[in-house]
Design a binder for this molecule. Structure first.
Ligand SMILES: Nc1ncnc2c1ncn2[C@@H]1O[C@H](COP(=O)(O)OP(=O)(O)OP(=O)(O)O)[C@@H](O)[C@H]1O
Ligand SMILES: [Mg+2]
Length: 192
């Protein structure tokens, strides 16, 4: 864990980059939850949009355009669904930002929670970033069967395990009594 500003907490390899205005979107979390298909519509749109950065022909070390689009659609759907499911309190804005980098793409999705939600989420993040994702995945799978839980808790783990997505997280307490949760996801464009 790295301390950025006195009140902010960062987990994982956070990247501080200026926002490119043409690659961002804001939506309302409640409206996404009320019309669930908006999650997949938004993720499919941005997956296609970003995959156009990939040339039609790539060398064999790199993922092709279609492969990139598939990974991004899966990843962004997971991130938008989490915002729709877990946003809490009066501040319901969700912000999406994306960057195209040399050998990777970086996405940042922000939603807001009540301050008391930070500690349990941070505990889960710590566990996820500091353990073997494969072991954790199967452990969680067994727990789900035993406990019959609602949320499977496998979203991030599946993306780490199957697609090598690198996550980092930031919590920013706001003056309006909510805490902003920023999730960054880095997708490598090289074959594993
Ligand atoms: N954007 C978010 N804001 C607040 N809490 C979150 C957010 N994303 C995840 N969480 C917390 O982290 C947990 C793990 O998230 P993850 O996406 O891995 O699983 P899930 O959404 O519960 O289940 P699944 O994705 O398998 O349907 C969630 O159950 C929730 O408690
Ligand atoms: Mg999820």
């Amino acid at each position: 864990m790295t301390q950025v500003q006195p009140t902010q907490k960062v987990y994982g390899a956070w990247q501080q980059i200026p926002v490119t205005p043409s690659r961002q979107m804001t939506v309302d979390a409640q409206q996404m939850a009320a019309h669930w298909r908006r999650c997949s519509l938004s993720s499919d749109f941005w997956a296609q949009y970003m995959s156009l950065f990939i040339p039609t022909r790539v060398t064999e070390e790199y993922l092709g355009r279609g492969e990139v689009e598939q990974v991004l659609a899966y990843l962004l759907n997971e991130l938008f669904e989490n915002c729709a499911k877990f946003s809490n309190g009066s501040h319901q804005l969700v912000r999406y930002v994306a960057w195209s980098q040399d050998d990777s793409m970086l996405f940042q999705v922000t939603n807001h929670i009540l301050p008391e939600g930070q500690a349990p989420f941070a505990k889960l993040i710590d566990e996820m970033l500091n353990n073997d994702p494969h072991e954790l995945y199967f452990q969680r799978l067994e727990e789900n069967v035993e406990l019959d839980l609602d949320g499977s808790g496998l979203g991030y783990l599946t993306l780490i395990k199957d697609f090598g997505v690198q996550f980092s997280f930031r919590f920013r307490p706001q003056e309006n009594g909510s805490t902003a949760v920023d999730v960054q996801a880095k997708v490598s464009l090289q074959q594993e």
